[in-house]
Design a protein around this ligand. Structure first.
Ligand code: IPM
Ligand code: MG
Length: 355
């Protein structure tokens, strides 16, 4: 019987609550399979800093390095905001991404039919949206050197190498080949040299994918187009910072930021996490929406373990859950027959999975 090891990082805020539900679903859906999953729970973020003085303890890195996949909740919280940058929870996550070489971040935005009314946009604008943000995750302004915070000035630098742009572009084109064969590369080439460079390299890579149509869009326009007509997009290829911003924006197309999963790959082991944060304002209340994390666990099954049938089962169970009228508080005003607590969501989806 094969065994998979998953490093579980619950993190801060609602992290533990949502990850527990994903594990509940994974346990249920894999109960009768010919493999087992063992979970190794590790610390990262503010909780890790509080206990060890480091937001990313070496132990956590070691566990991830020897795992088959990493399942992650969320990190951050006001109580750590005053810390020096390298001690902040976010630094833990950024260092983990860099250490695991997770340069490619996939953020699919799908609108659940049952939730079209939950979007802040009109139903006819969002119904049927199915796009994928491919975000570069280990370069750009997040990591660019030099960086400095001085007395009178501060700066960061947006740096991309040819290799970095090439490999993320390849990921976007490969993803597009399995979808509608459209890549829209988003940059700010009317102002930034780094974006002009990005554009040239994306053009180069596109020559290897004659079937995929490539367009370019400035990021300000893309932000507008995403709410004007999101259905025009298939794959959005973009840099670290632009992808961070556009994926939060895109999440509202689906009705709640609590719905969108993500996967990050590049190195030996992939990381699966919801795109949202640790929501300290609702932590501990049992009302967080764990669907994004459950859907991230599904991505883990699909991409890390190549278990498409199991992933399909999880995905269809989430849809069934919504179709039956179950909602969490974030989407409670939209077609809810019953508003569930976080722990009920995992139990019900797990039960649907096993039917
Ligand atoms: C995300 C988050 C992170 C990021 C933060 C927590 C560092 O916003 O995954 O989108 O900016 O990448
Ligand atoms: Mg973000």
């Amino acid at each position: 019987m094969s065994r998979y090891k998953v490093t579980v990082i619950k993190g801060d805020g609602i992290g533990g609550e949502i990850v527990d539900e994903a594990i509940k679903v994974l346990d249920a859906v894999t109960a009768n399979e010919d493999f087992t999953i063992t979970y190794d729970e590790c610390l990262m973020g503010g909780c890790a800093y509080d206990i060890t003085g480091d937001p990313l303890p070496q132990e956590t890195i070691d566990s991830c390095m020897s795992a088959d996949a990493v399942l992650f909740g969320a990190i951050g919280g006001e109580q750590w905001d005053g810390l020096p940058r390298d001690k902040r929870p976010e630094s833990g996550l950024l260092r983990l991404r860099k250490t695991l070489e997770l340069y490619a971040n996939f953020r699919p935005v799908k609108v659940y039919d049952q939730l079209v009314d939950a979007s802040s946009l009109k139903p006819e604008v969002v119904r049927g949206v199915d796009l994928l943000v491919v975000r570069e995750l280990t370069g750009g302004i997040y990591f660019g050197q030099p960086r400095e915070k001085g007395e009178d000035t501060a700066f960061n630098t947006m740096v991309y190498s040819k290799e970095e742009v090439t490999r993320i572009a390849v990921q976007a084109f490969e993803a597009a080949m399995l979808r509608d064969k459209k890549v829209c590369s988003v940059d700010k080439a009317n102002v930034l040299e780094v974006s002009q460079f990005w554009r040239e390299i994306v053009e180069e890579v596109s020559k290897d994918y004659p079937e995929v149509s490539l367009s370019h869009m400035y990021v300000d326009n893309a932000a507008m187009q995403l709410v004007r007509d999101p259905k025009q997009f298939d794959v959005i290829l973009t840099s670290n910072l632009f992808g961070d911003i556009l994926s939060d924006e895109a999440s509202m197309i689906s009705g709640s930021i609590g719905l969108l999963p993500s996967s990050s790959i590049g190195g030996k082991v992939g990381l699966y996490e919801p795109i949202h944060g640790s929501a300290p304002d609702i932590a501990g209340q049992g009302i967080a929406n764990p669907i994004a994390t459950i859907a991230s666990a599904s991505m883990m099954m699909r991409f890390a373990f190549k278990k498409a049938d199991i992933a399909d089962k999880i995905d269809s169970s989430i849809e069934e859950f919504l179709a039956l009228g179950y909602r969490t508080k974030d989407t409670a005003s939209f077609g809810a027959k019953e508003v569930c607590l976080t722990t009920e969501v995992g139990s019900i989806i797990a039960e649907i999975c096993c039917r």
